[in-house]
Design a protein around this ligand. Structure first.
Ligand code: PNS
Length: 163
């Protein structure tokens, strides 16, 4: 059985993330979507919120959601995963992802990082775009899963009516 881990900040989850998760679920027996907790970062959404929003958005039999504070390589070893799945939007993502993939290869040589090229209609999409548009009360319905749109919009721009 091949277990793949799909790690990220997911602050918050976007339709771009969902596309990568759905495609990965068709390629591997089991996919664990992993919210990585970085103690140096100050995310907009708490770890619990990010996990909850992913669980509300992803309803696929072989996909589960988890969170972890530490090295991705350690988590991958702990759960017996052999694949790390990342999405690539553009060449601008590449240098950073390349460095992470090589570092993870050194730390967990048994795991392969694979990159899924983003769907063309999601190329511009990122959690930071969602945060920026949402914080000014802009319409984020094209960017985030419908199941969590209201919650995300409400947290990003509390004064506004988001129904
Ligand atoms: O969604 P993001 O912010 O691009 O995700 C980046 C993430 C969380 C996948 C990456 O920062 C990560 O793997 N962090 C865990 C720490 C780690 O393992 N570092 C070593 C590899 S450079």
């Amino acid at each position: 059985m091949t277990i793949a881990v799909c790690p990220g900040s997911f602050d918050p989850v976007t339709k771009g993330h969902l596309d990568i998760i759905q495609r990965a679920s068709k390629m591997f027996d089991k996919v664990i979507v992993l919210v990585i907790v970085n103690p140096d970062k100050h995310p907009t959404f708490t770890t619990e919120e990010r996990v909850e929003m992913l669980r509300a958005s992803v309803n696929i039999d072989n996909v589960t959601v988890d969170s972890y504070c530490g090295l991705l390589a350690d988590y991958v070893r702990k759960v017996g995963a052999t694949v790390i799945v990342k999405g690539l939007r553009a060449t601008t993502d590449f240098e950073y992802e390349f460095q992470m993939a090589l570092t993870n290869k050194k730390l967990a040589p048994f795991a392969e990082t694979i990159f899924l090229i983003t769907a063309a209609h999601n190329m511009y999409l990122s959690s930071s775009v969602v945060r920026q548009v949402g914080s000014f009360g802009g319409d984020i319905s094209g960017f985030v899963p419908e199941q969590v749109r209201e919650k995300i919009a409400g947290r990003l721009c509390p004064g506004k009516d988001h129904v």
